[in-house]
Design a protein around this ligand. Sequence first.
Ligand code: ZN
Length: 93
Amino acid sequence: MNDDLTFEDVQAFIADRGGANPCEACGTQDWIVSLSFGDKGHMPIIASIDPAALSLFGAAMLPVVALSCKHCGNIRLLSRPTIARWKSEKANG
Ligand SMILES: [Zn+2]
């Protein structure tokens, strides 16, 4: 999935949808936005498995954007397709 989302897109999406609320774990409001991890820019995902096979092979995956609380490490995940759809709808009026 190459959706060309940028840090600015995620910031605009969060602002449009009510802003980044304080961390539910510690109450601070200092987030790190991660669209990718590592030197190769790997995209974070939520993976699923076939419960019968207990295997990741052929599994459906949901790309996400990770918001990490700088204070306590709590992680929130935002659906990347939802942000991409919001961006597309905004661009197309
Ligand atoms: Zn926190």
